[in-house]
Write a protein that binds this ligand. Sequence first.
Ligand code: PGA
Length: 224
Amino acid sequence: MPKLIIANWKSNHNLETAFRWVETVGSFLKNNKIDCKLVLAPPFSLVSSLSILIQAEFANYLELAVQDLSFRGKGSFTGEVCAQNLEGLGIGYAIVGHSERRSLKGETDQEVAQKTIEAVRHNIVPVVCVDEGYLETQIQLIKQEAAEAKIYFANQQLIVAYEPLEAIGSGQNAPANKVTEIVKNIKKLGDFQTKVIYGGSVKAENVAEYLAVTDGVLIGGASL
Ligand code: PGA
């Protein structure tokens, strides 16, 4: 299976710089065969324009993710973006429970579990971000929510992104042997098809170490 590389732009880029990025990276991927799947998670405001560009020029080379997903579904929820709003845009993945949303917006493990199930219901692969501290609780809650919603994860893809809080945006990436250990633990906890990726100060100089011991990486700053 090709490794997954997710570029999480967070609240960076505008239409002009985003188009330039996609044209540059997309053309590179067209001309150079790499054994990785590249997924781009832009801010919501750019998703629709980038989707048109990607579907027209780079459909086989780049996939789109969103950085969050409302668990409330469509309706009167000002400012929320739900799966129905994304139909037709070719969104393959949704990052849920990023630590920045947990700390900035007070997102709870329970809400993150609901977002995970909402993504699965709409055929979007959830990328659930966890730190060691709440890893087990988070996975248990996802299992509970899945059981209630009668979703059988045996046939579903779930991606867990191990993102140690101290490694995010700090330049202090976690040692690869620590990541190897956590990857094993996560795979044991999930009795579903879990892929585990690593995020936290991944950059060109260290990415190979993580690709060797995980199913992929989630890259913030260095993906810009
Ligand atoms: P970073 O961010 O690569 O800038 O550390 C990773 C993340 O927040 O997903």
